[in-house]
Structures are given as C-alpha cells and as structure tokens.
Design a protein around this ligand. Structure first.
Ligand SMILES: NC(=O)c1ccc[n+]([C@@H]2O[C@H](COP(=O)([O-])OP(=O)(O)OC[C@H]3O[C@@H](n4cnc5c(N)ncnc54)[C@H](O)[C@@H]3O)[C@@H](O)[C@H]2O)c1
Length: 434
C-alpha cells in the first residue's frame, strides 16, 4: 500500500522504514528540512540501531521518500499515519496543537480529493484530546465523509524500536467506525501478535496505562533497591527472585480494577518496610503512599454511596476476599464502619463470617470498627436484601443466584467486583470503575 507518515521523529522515521521493509511504499513529511534531506539522502535523522541501514536500503529500493510538503505527501496514498509530537504543555497536560493542525489539514486534503483516506494516529494523546480533535474533524467534514480516525498507539522502545516493530507484544487499533478497518487489517502482513480492535478512547488509555506502569515498575525496583542497600542486602538477587514468580508477580493477577486490598499480610508488610525506611532515613515515597491510596479508594466508595442519599446498605461480603473468613484489614470492614458512622443502616451478608461471629479468632479487628457487627451480620441473603435499599457487592457467593433474590423498586446495586453475573437483575447497577 501507499502510506504517508506525518512527522519524521523517532516514531515516524522508524515506522516509515519498517513499513517499507514490509513492502509498503512510504512517503514521509515533516516541516523540518534537515530531517527530510537526511532521509532523502538515505540517512537517519536520529540514533536508532538498524534504522540507518533500513532507510538506506529502502531509499535504494525506491520505497521511501520524504518531503516538507504535507499536501504533496497526501497525493494518492491509501492512508496517513500521524506521528507528530504531543509534548507536555506548561501544566503537564498534552499539547495537542500540532496533532490537531495536521488532522484538520488532512481533513481538508481529503475533502478536496474526495478520498476518505484513513488517519491512524500514532501520537500519544489522552481520550479528552482525541474527543476534542474528533469533534473538530467531524465538524470540518460536515457529514461529507466518515471520520476514519483510528487511534493506533505506538508501543516501541527507543533503542529497540526495530526489533519491537517486527516482534510486538500487541497491535491495537481504536477505530471510530468501520471505515479504516480494512486498511488496518492489511497493514502488518505476517507479523505475529495479538491484534486488538477497540474504540479510540480505550486504545488511547491503553498506551498511558503501559507507560504509567513502566514508570511504577522502575520506581518500585529502585525503592526496594534503596531499602535493600540500607539493610545490607544486594537488591539484584532479590529482584531476580521476585521476577521468577510469574504466577503472582509478573502476571495478570491483581491487575483487575476493583475494590481496595486488605488482609493480614499486604498492609502489615508494607507498613514494616515503610517504618524501617523512616527509621533508617531511606526515602521511598511511592511505597510510603500506597496505604494512603488504598484508603482513598475505600473513602471514595463510601462517599459515592452516601452521595446517593441512601439510608440502608446491604454489604455482600465482609471478609477481605473470597474463600476466607479472615477479617483482618478487610477494606469492607472499613467501608461498613464509614457508612455506619455516617448514620447509614448496615446489614451484612457473609455466611463464612456469620458462622464464626462468636468464635472467630479475628473478630477483634472487625468489632473495633463495627461494634454492632453481630446484630448486622446474617446468613440470609433475601433478608439482607429486604432490609436494604443499596446493595454493595464485592464478590460472588457459591450457590447464590443474584437474579433469584427479592429485588424491588427502589433497590440499587453498587458492584465492586466487575465480574458478577447480574443477568436478569432488574435494578440499577453502578460499576466501581466500569
Ligand atoms: N519516542 C518514542 O519512543 C515514542 C513511543 C511511543 C509513542 N510516542 C509518541 O509518538 C509521538 C511522536 O514522538 P517522537 O518521539 O517521534 O517525537 P519527535 O519530536 O521526535 O518527532 C515529531 C516530529 O513531528 C514533526 N512535525 C511537527 N509539526 C509537523 C507537521 N505539521 N507535519 C508533519 N510533521 C510535523 C516534528 O518536526 C518532528 O520531527 C508523540 O506523541 C509521542 O508521545 C513516542
């Protein structure tokens, strides 16, 4: 296919060279004449292993050329890849000006030529930026063409970009409609990777989730490293052991948005490390704020529930997770306590807790926060539903079918879990983060 690349920086020039290697005919455009001249001379405008060789090779095959003229680049291409910069504005937000300008210029060229040439945006931008640009694009097109606007995030690492291009961990297309999908499907012939077609906003955030996580990972390793150093421990083997665990550590486990963490170990061990750090004068700001962030999650849920004006809440689940009666540090106990203190009537359904309410070894924590727990708790789900207006569900319960419970008008559900089977339950459901 014939493809135009707008912006010949790290992303644009690598993408252009790699797509030429795959057999596409590429034209790059950038207002910087220095970059254009270098590419047309078969040289790389930036340092990236393998890039000079590939640009040189495909200048010779004729599959690459560059121009400072965006209009000329657009001539008879099948699609445009937008790789322009989205630098931080003064307040850290995304400066969308160049991206917006290029999108609207391409829109004008599309209207002039009558070709609905898809725009694939490789530049990184937040959903609100894409929404704003998409609205302006639609206004400019005024119904004469479909937007054919695809958010196609770039996951390559500088320094490894070419290897990553040919062996990506995923390929994501966020399409604003069906227009452009066919082009996307033929863009990377022969590349083996999971291909995700989704909406533009999901695709946009997926890129930010990755980069936030990479930043968190580096910071985490360095904070553990700093604590190790102070304890006289070599952090390298520690993190080697950490990384061996692909069941719990380097895995999808604990990556589902849901309610706060709790239980007897996470908070306790985090506190021990933080207290050690404070005493030893080791600064670990990220670890030091994890508990605060976790508490903020619980408070935010309590505030959301109270903001509905509800007078009675039925908590389904009190233990910190499924298949246990352990109440230590359970975030649901804290949630119940916050609501109780605010004067909301609390009923609780958790058969495992009900069974041990008078004998359980870990009741002290729960009773400290919910002194009336034994009056609130029940093993009768219909009764709890009957006595509550708002039902807060943190997990599923074996043998309990939600649709069979005595729902009535005025009931509402807050779902803290996100994977409950609520089919057939005819009351309003609010998801925590979905
Ligand atoms: N660098 C990376 O590793 C990386 C990885 C993933 C995503 N991204 C994202 O990709 C985008 C580009 O990043 P980059 O590092 O290649 O940026 P860059 O600054 O190296 O390149 C951007 C290029 O766009 C050009 N440009 C400016 N106005 C233009 C216009 N009107 N028409 C055409 N070109 C124009 C600039 O001259 C520049 O050469 C950014 O949104 C960035 O966040 C970068």
């Amino acid at each position: 296919m014939k493809i135009a690349v707008y912006g010949l920086g790290y992303v644009g020039s690598t993408t252009m060279a790699c797509l030429a290697e795959m057999g596409h005919e590429m034209v790059g455009t950038d207002p910087n004449p220095g970059k254009v001249e270098l590419i047309n001379a078969g040289k790389s405008p930036m340092v990236e292993p393998g890039l000079p060789e590939m640009l040189h090779k495909h200048r010779a095959t004729g599959r690459i050329r560059a121009t400072t003229d965006g209009r000329e680049a657009f001539k008879d291409v099948d699609a445009c890849l937008l790789c322009v910069g989205t630098p931080p504005a003064a307040d850290g937000f995304v400066d969308q000006r160049v991206l917006e300008k290029v999108v609207l210029e391409i829109a004008d060229l599309r209207l002039e030529s009558g070709r609905t040439c898809p725009m694939l945006v490789r530049s990184t931008a937040l959903p609100v930026v894409h929404q704003d640009i998409l609205a302006k694009l639609e206004e400019r097109l005024a119904g004469r063409q479909s937007p054919a606007y695809v958010v196609h995030p770039e996951f390559l690492r500088e320094g490894n970009a070419i290897e990553d291009f040919f062996h990506p961990s995923k390929i994501v297309f966020g399409c604003s409609g069906s227009c452009g999908r066919q082009f996307c499907e033929s863009l990377y012939p022969g590349i083996e990777a999971p291909v995700v077609f989704t909406d533009p906003l999901t695709a946009a955030v997926a890129k930010y989730a990755d980069n936030c996580f990479h930043a968190v990972k580096v910071t985490f390793a360095n904070e553990i490293g700093a604590l190790c150093k102070s304890m006289g421990v070599d952090s390298r083997p520690v993190m080697d052991v950490f990384c061996l665990d692909t069941k719990l550590n380097i895995s999808p486990v604990y990556f589902k948005p849901g309610f706060a963490y709790g239980g007897s170990c996470l908070g306790k061990d985090l506190a021990a490390m933080n207290t050690y750090g404070r005493r030893a004068g080791v600064k670990v700001p990220m670890l030091a704020h994890v508990e605060e962030s976790n508490l903020a999650q619980i408070r935010a849920v309590a505030e959301r529930i109270m903001a509905t004006g509800t007078k009675s809440v039925g908590l389904f689940g009190l233990a910190f997770k499924e298949r246990t009666d352990d109440l230590r540090d359970s975030p649901l106990v804290i949630l119940g306590s916050l609501l109780d203190k605010a004067g909301v009537q609390i009923r609780i359904y958790d058969p495992a807790i009900y069974a041990v309410a008078y004998s359980g070894s870990h009741m002290a924590y729960a009773l400290e926060h919910l002194p009336d727990l034994r009056r609130m708790i029940s093993d009768n789900a219909p009764k709890v539903i009957g006595e509550s207006d708002t039902i807060v569900i943190s997990r599923s319960f074996p043998g309990l079918a939600w649709r069979d419970l005595p729902w009535r008008a005025g009931h509402s559900i807050m779902d803290l879990n996100g994977r409950l089977d609520l089919a057939g339950v005819d009351v309003p459901v609010t998801g925590l983060y979905w």
